[in-house]
Design a protein around this ligand. Structure first.
Ligand SMILES: [Zn+2]
Length: 511
């Protein structure tokens, strides 16, 4: 699941709000209850568990896109897809669809000096945005930023980081309390000093901000990732925001003495570098049995990547991504085993997308370079985080306007729930008013933008989301089996329906 990181000098990344939200059951008991095929028995809890322990093991090093670790995990998925009896659908008869990410980051050749002090990027100072800029101006000490009579216009404003304002959003789960404190403060203070006309802003960490320094630097130093889906993607649009405004830095607390004096000459030169790095979608097919319908495909979707090896929390530096999204990755392997043994009338296409965490890059790429004709993909059944939280509750997204793009597909998914998982559906996460914007943060979205019926299955956020604590030992495997059955049965019904699900007339994806 994508953290919806917002690349800006002044806005912190959006994260988790754990408001206790009521679960509004959708009336599943009023729907016809189909009988799932016997092949559903091929989906075994024990196999989901052993696959997940492997894919989310420390040996996989968190599967970060832009590293060999993602490619190692993709190779394992391809091997398991082959063992399941699925056919390769990728480049040159392989299970791999290769593509390039474009990564932009700040160059180590960037320069920051204040008076006689050289600040080493990421060691002494963390830049909050990936932007090329040059500033040569004197510093002015702005205290804690509260004295608005201090003239910072055209100068490098240096201020003490202080507690975030009371109205800053309360975050839990992602990263650490210190990280949220620091990013909320940097956002508020950076914005205020920028609005007062500062040419650059250096915020000197307080004791809490200093604890967060490595986390802030680790996140910012990765820079920005993109994929070129613009040429053929009129419906696409950009997912990230280009940074603007003056550069903002967090400096280590030990530099307070060196930076506090006003009137020092400051020299800032930020240089960006952009390069390509390979990522990969793993693609496999279970061929359908009906000669008239087998050219159409039900697409089962997951993502391979997670957040890799980062700063440690409680001594653990591997961000395993067991729920996010090894859970769905092993689920669609199991579904593939069932389809390979017992095909539907339509074919099933399985896609383990790359670089979802870097901005849905793999699905954006595949939606414009599909391995089968796009108009032959009749539905996308995407899952993201499907193995945690209350055993009886789950979410189906793409069900309520303005997110619902196919009433047909939603009806089938609800019938399938009645026949398999029998989950009480928490409708709150699909609402356009939900603070997390959950619907927009996974791989079904690019397909929806291209007019394909799509739903997403999720058991939603939890306090271990995007932390090293998202481990295989914390997954509820009985629940994962029921979620997998539900996705399987949905796809099975779609694969065998007389007509493909229709897109609702007038559907337009709006945020
Ligand atoms: Zn995620």
């Amino acid at each position: 699941m994508n953290p919806m990181k917002i690349h800006s000098t002044i806005r912190p990344a959006a994260a988790v709000a754990f408001a206790v939200l009521g679960a509004a059951p959708l009336a599943a008991q009023q729907l016809p209850v189909p009988t799932p095929p016997a092949a559903m028995q091929l989906i075994k809890e024990s196999e989901l568990k052993s696959d997940l322990y492997y894919l989310a093991s420390d040996a996989m090093r968190g599967r970060e896109a832009g590293t060999l670790d993602e490619i190692r995990a993709a190779a394992w998925e391809a091997k398991r897809a082959q063992e399941a009896g699925l056919l390769p659908a990728g480049d040159d008869g392989t299970y791999f669809q290769w593509w390039n990410m474009q990564r932009t980051r700040l160059s180590p050749a960037s320069e920051i000096t204040v008076g006689s002090h050289t600040l080493v990027l990421w060691k002494d100072a963390a830049a909050m945005a990936t932007m090329a800029t040059a500033v040569d101006a004197p510093t002015v000490w702005a205290g804690d930023g509260s004295d608005t009579t201090i003239d910072v216009r055209g100068k490098v404003a240096v201020a003490q980081l202080v507690k975030p304002p009371a109205n800053a959003r309360k975050f839990e789960g992602v990263y650490s309390p210190e990280w949220h404190y620091a990013t909320a403060s940097i956002g508020a203070q950076g914005r205020a000093l920028a609005e007062r006309g500062a040419a650059a802003v250096i915020l000197v960490a307080d004791s809490i901000g200093d604890v967060a320094f490595d986390a802030v630097a680790a996140n910012s130093s990765r820079g920005m990732y993109d994929v070129d889906d613009s040429a053929t993607n009129a419906a696409g649009g950009r997912y990230g925001r280009r940074p603007s405004g003056p550069p903002v830095f967090l400096a280590r607390r030990a530099l307070l003495g060196a930076l506090q004096a006003s009137g020092q000459p400051a020299h800032i030169k930020l240089i960006t570098e952009t390069f390509d790095y390979p990522s990969v979608n793993v693609v496999a097919i279970a061929r359908g049995s009906d000669p008239k319908l087998r050219h159409e495909y039900v697409l089962f979707s997951s993502h391979t990547d997670h957040d890799g090896v980062r700063f440690p929390m409680d001594g653990d530096s591997i961000w395993n991504g067991a729920d996010d999204n090894a859970s769905t990755s092993v689920a669609i392997l199991a579904i593939g085993r069932a389809f390979a043994k017992h095909p539907g009338k339509r074919s099933a296409l399985f896609v383990w997308h790359g670089a979802e965490e870097r901005g849905l890059l793999g699905s954006r790429y595949h939606a414009v370079h599909p391995v089968v004709p796009l108009h032959d993909i009749v539905a996308v059944i995407n899952g993201d985080l499907i193995g945690r939280n209350n055993p009886d509750t789950a979410s189906l997204l793409g069900v309520q306007p303005p997110h619902r793009n196919s009433t047909d597909l939603v009806r089938i998914a609800l019938e399938a729930n009645a026949a398999t998982g029998k989950f009480v559906l928490d409708s709150t996460w699909d609402r356009p008013t939900h603070p997390e914007g959950w619907y927009f943060r996974s791989d079904h979205v690019p397909y929806v933008r291209h007019g394909i019926p799509a739903v997403m299955y999720s058991t939603n956020l939890h306090v271990d989301y995007h932390t090293p604590r998202d481990e295989a030992s914390r997954i509820n495997y009985a629940k994962l089996k029921r979620m997998t059955d539900w996705m399987y049965e949905t796809g099975w019904l779609v694969a065998n329906a007389p007509h493909r699900p229709k897109v609702d007339p007038g559907f337009k994806l709006e945020r």
